[in-house]
Design a protein around this ligand. Structure first.
Ligand code: ZN
Length: 78
């Protein structure tokens, strides 16, 4: 599929915004994704499991989260 320049630019802009949002929720450290609030981590091979926050972490109220899948989805157009 060939995208027009405008579509391409819009896609890159959206990717940048989604990446910035992802970066507010997660920290990528070596082979782990870390929650910046409770400091729990998940390695990429656990990508199909919901992220486990500490029970007191405010982010645990957000429901099931799959940060690796989210990252892969955000970067899908690369
Ligand atoms: Zn957390």
């Amino acid at each position: 599929m060939k995208l027009s320049n405008d579509e391409n630019r819009a896609g890159h802009q959206r990717m940048a915004e989604e990446l910035a949002e992802w970066g507010r929720q997660w920290r990528l450290e070596a082979d782990m994704v870390r929650c910046p609030y409770c400091h729990s981590v998940q390695i990429a091979s656990q990508a199909d499991r919901s992220f486990l926050h500490d029970s007191a972490c405010a982010a645990s109220a957000l429901g099931e989260q799959y940060p690796w899948r989210s990252l892969a989805w955000i970067l899908r157009s690369l």
